[in-house]
Design a protein around this ligand. Structure first.
Ligand code: SF4
Ligand code: SF4
Length: 356
């Protein structure tokens, strides 16, 4: 919108006013207006990014906006040229539609997609109008197909854009970006929400090497999704000893393994144990919640019910014992520990993504 003001010979004074308003929208003081003006005027030198939102909760946008190092402001103003983002952009309505149409005309941009794409009926998710003269709602699936054509690379951000996520199970039959446009240019950065470090790291890699980082079979960067959570989990020792949380109210189980509470860590590839969220302040298992497997294509329906032990792996020695009693029968712990240790080695082992 600001660049369109500049192009349309809006006075410098009005342009600076718009920049000041933009600063306020970004949660900055008006003193950032000159920096924003500079960023807009030099936008052509930076990597253009179009960020579409489909069936989403804007959680991935919010996760990105909570980055602390680098800050979203540094990325938006200094590193990329954000052409379109429904939630944080200054313009709206006709002006926003126009900005998107303009941005899609120049090939070579990075396309970020957040949210799943409805396949039951395109009208489940629309944004903007078809054109200046056609006021019909524009289905986001059409916008995605249009934006895909001139994109250099596509980042499917979050589980919904990667594979449909939670929305997969709704009447809209939400699907991932690859299901609509194919895999060729798509990098999946799943998780619910995405880890913003993964987005920044992928952007930096792409801008530096002008190609996608090495990906696994699910189109995820191996540098972030190459290891099993279970292999690096700080509670792995308790798993090996058969010490499982069965009662959240029991302080003696506070640090025990969450497998019996539904933890999907043994089936989930991500660097959560080492990276965490928000400057590694916390992550699911550290906060005593089982991993829901949000970085996997199975999430959410395939891992449901999330808070029950997965039936995929039977733990000999534990299978016949009601989970409520495991961990509370002191005499059983040692035997269970031996069994769980053996099972942990033979069933889960030390997996790498290539082993899948
Ligand atoms: S099952 Fe979950 S909590 Fe237990 S060791 Fe594995 S990843 Fe950690
Ligand atoms: S621990 Fe599991 S549920 Fe939590 S963010 Fe990581 S992959 Fe997702």
């Amino acid at each position: 919108m600001l660049s369109s003001l500049a192009k349309n010979k809006v006075s410098r004074r009005d342009f600076m006013k718009a920049c000041a308003a933009m600063a306020v929208y970004l949660g900055l003081s008006e003193s950032f207006a000159p920096k924003i003006a500079d960023a807009v005027e030099n936008a052509s030198k930076k990597a253009p990014v179009i960020w579409l939102e489909a069936q989403d909760c804007a959680g991935c946008s919010e996760a990105f906006l909570n980055l602390t190092e680098p800050t979203p402001t540094q990325i938006i103003l200094d590193t990329i040229s954000l052409k379109y983002h429904e939630t944080i952009m200054f313009g709206s309505g006709y002006v926003a539609d126009k900005a998107l149409d303009e941005a899609m005309k120049t090939p070579g941009y990075v396309l970020v997609v957040e949210g799943s794409i409805p396949t039951a009926d395109p009208l489940f998710c629309t944004a903007g109008t078809m054109s200046d003269t056609n006021p019909a709602r524009r289905p986001v699936v059409e916008t995605l197909k249009e934006a895909y054509k001139n994109a250099a690379v596509v980042i499917a951000l979050g589980s919904c854009a990667s594979w449909g996520g939670v929305v997969q199970a709704t009447p809209s039959k939400g699907r991932g970006v690859s299901d609509i446009v194919g895999k060729e240019k798509v990098i999946n950065l799943p998780m619910c929400p995405c880890n913003p470090d993964h987005l920044v790291g992928t952007l930096v890699y792409y801008l530096t090497f002008k190609k996608a980082p090495p990906l696994d079979i699910h189109q995820r960067p191996l540098m972030f999704f190459g290891t099993l959570i279970h292999d690096n989990c700080p509670r792995r020792g308790h798993f090996e000893r058969g010490e499982f949380v069965t009662n959240y109210g029991d302080p003696s189980q506070a640090e025990y393994c969450l497998y019996l509470k539904g933890c999907k860590g043994p089936f989930t590839f991500s660097d959560c144990p080492s990276r965490g969220f928000n400057d590694n302040v916390n992550w699911c298992i550290k906060s005593n919640a089982p991993c829901a497997g949000c970085s996997q294509p199975e999430f959410y329906a395939g891992f449901s019910p999330l808070y029950e032990k997965s039936n995929d792996v039977n733990l000999p020695g534990i299978g016949g014992v009601p989970s409520e009693t495991v961990g509370t029968v002191a005499a059983a712990v040692t035997a269970l520990g031996v069994a769980a240790h053996l099972v942990g080695r033979s069933v889960f082992g030390k997996k790498k993504e290539g082993d899948k």
